[in-house]
Design a protein around this ligand. Structure first.
Ligand SMILES: [Zn+2]
Length: 136
């Protein structure tokens, strides 16, 4: 269940360990994509640059699972989050009841990182903490 970094994904996992969500952008056509690969999936350009994404996105789709899985207390959601920068990634929604009432499609979410091993911290998403408390 623990992802194994490859040469292509190593910078991504290096980022998550430091609390950064990193994506690649094509230097030629500016396409932003995920998962990491050494060339642009749109134009096949090989000049691509890593950058740190905002960590914000919206809930694109999800499934709620009710059976136990290693590392997961049921019920838990397997979700697809569409990042502000465009790419979609498979993840879990946390800090939120795992119900259709709480998991609203298109709701704003933000990244949080859960450390699994010395090498791997998983990017998970929680409902965006929109309201900022202002003390009078
Ligand atoms: Zn491109």
């Amino acid at each position: 269940m623990v992802p194994v970094p490859t040469p292509e994904t190593k910078p991504f996992w290096q980022g998550t360990r430091e609390g950064l969500l990193r994506l690649q952008r094509c230097d030629a056509c500016a396409h932003v994509y995920f998962p990491p690969r050494p060339f642009c999936p749109r134009c096949a350009g090989r000049a691509v640059t890593w950058f740190t994404a905002s960590g914000r996105g919206s809930l694109y789709s999800y499934v709620i699972h009710h059976r136990p899985a290693p590392g997961f207390e049921p019920p838990y959601s397997i979700a697809v989050v569409e990042l502000e920068e465009g790419p979609r990634l498979m993840t879990n929604i946390v800090e939120c009841p795992q119900t259709p009432e709480a998991l609203q499609l298109d709701m704003p979410v933000e990244v949080v990182f859960r450390t699994l091993t010395d090498e791997i911290a998983l990017p998970l998403f929680r409902p965006a903490q929109t309201a900022v408390e202002v003390n009078p």
